[in-house]
Design a protein around this ligand. Structure first.
Ligand code: RBF
Length: 337
């Protein structure tokens, strides 16, 4: 009899707990989902997204974290995001990239209680969504300047490669013009040799495109291609040419081939904003912030063998340009997007 009662008690308890998990949330519990639009590995911007959210959640009592990799098929993202909102399990969905605000706005229309924070994106005025955009003109400028300094010192033709995964507004309207401005600040003769891969993972295609650009005479290429960018590095190693890097330190990928890395403080940004939102700062929803070199969210990372191996003159000129940029010269003022 005792055994049966015990068994019944366990069944009842399990049923109750199950009901709780399905229908109700424990009071005070804050569940966060990180929606990665792609895969984490090989994309520093997503590695930092996860790191920042993880730290914020670890510092807020009762907060939990789940990481969802949505994969590279962009046509599936809306359905996956909708399914996530439909669970009503997560107070906050955190993501990163400029395509996300439109998708989140569509989900928010059907699930008005759902809240979103999206880094590396811009959407103002939606009461369910907070976004923060990097002034990517600056990241493009600082790395373009270095690519041109290196090429010019070597006496190569005034052309630098840019291999992108795909065309998108931030690339076309901020990164690419900023990169060109950096090149032409060194010498107005510089031009970009531009190619597109078609996705964020095909390193073999990126390697092929890089080969064609290097063979046409360019000394340096910038990949904006997530994990596919490693194909560009592989070709540079084969041909003894150079790469400049975006979004974080890439020096370790190939010492003396990666000559400079621009960096985003995306881990710090995501940490700060997620923490603020979890602590109840609801005023952020509806707001679209823009951050820049002035608040140290966009940086240049000089701490790599490839950068230290450059001539003292190139490094001095690069450091002067970085100081000028921080002081507003040139001024890439951006108030909306
Ligand atoms: N950047 C990455 O590093 N990895 C990615 O998988 C990736 N996927 C993206 C998908 C879309 C649809 C868009 C618009 C951008 C993507 N980005 C990705 C680019 C990212 O938002 C940012 O512009 C660059 O990382 C430069 O900072």
């Amino acid at each position: 009899m005792r055994k049966v009662r015990g068994f019944l008690a366990i069944v009842l308890l399990t049923g109750l707990l199950g009901a709780c998990a399905d229908n109700e949330k424990t009071v005070g519990q804050l569940d966060v989902a990180v929606f990665v639009p792609g895969m984490v590995a090989g994309s520093p911007i997503y590695e930092m997204l996860v790191a920042g959210a993880t730290q914020a959640v670890s510092e807020v009592p009762n907060a939990t974290l789940k990481i969802i990799e949505a994969g590279y098929n962009q046509a599936e993202w809306l359905d996956k995001l909708t399914a996530l909102a439909e669970t009503a399990e997560f107070e906050l969905i955190v993501s990163s990239n400029p395509a996300l605000p439109d998708l989140c706005a569509r989900v928010a229309a059907d699930y008005p209680e759902q809240r979103f924070f999206i880094a590396d994106a811009y959407l103002a005025g939606n009461p369910a969504i907070h976004t923060v955009l990097y002034n990517q003109q600056e990241q493009g400028y600082m790395i373009g300047y270095l690519a041109a300094l290196y090429t010019k010192e070597l006496g190569g033709p005034p052309v630098v490669g840019l291999i992108a995964a795909q065309s998108y507004p931030t690339l076309d309207r901020l990164i690419r013009p900023g990169f060109l401005a950096g090149l032409q600040a060194v010498d107005p003769a510089f031009q970009i040799e531009y190619r597109e891969i078609g996705n964020w993972y095909d390193a073999a295609k990126a390697a092929e495109l890089a080969a064609a650009i290097y063979d046409s005479g360019a000394q340096v290429i910038l990949p904006i291609a997530g994990s596919a960018g490693q194909g560009v590095v592989a070709t540079a190693v084969e041909r003894d040419r150079k790469v400049v890097w975006f979004d974080g330190s890439g020096y370790q990928l190939a010492p003396n081939v990666v000559i400079g890395c621009a960096d985003l403080a995306q881990d710090r940004l995501v940490y700060e904003r997620v923490k603020q939102l979890l602590e109840g700062d609801d005023q952020l929803y509806g707001q679209a912030a823009i951050v820049s070199v002035r608040e140290d969210y966009i940086l240049f990372d000089p701490d790599g063998e490839g950068y230290r191996a450059l001539s003292p003159s190139v490094r001095q000129q690069q450091e002067n340009a970085l100081q000028a940029l921080a002081a507003g010269q040139p001024d890439f003022l951006l108030t909306d997007f």
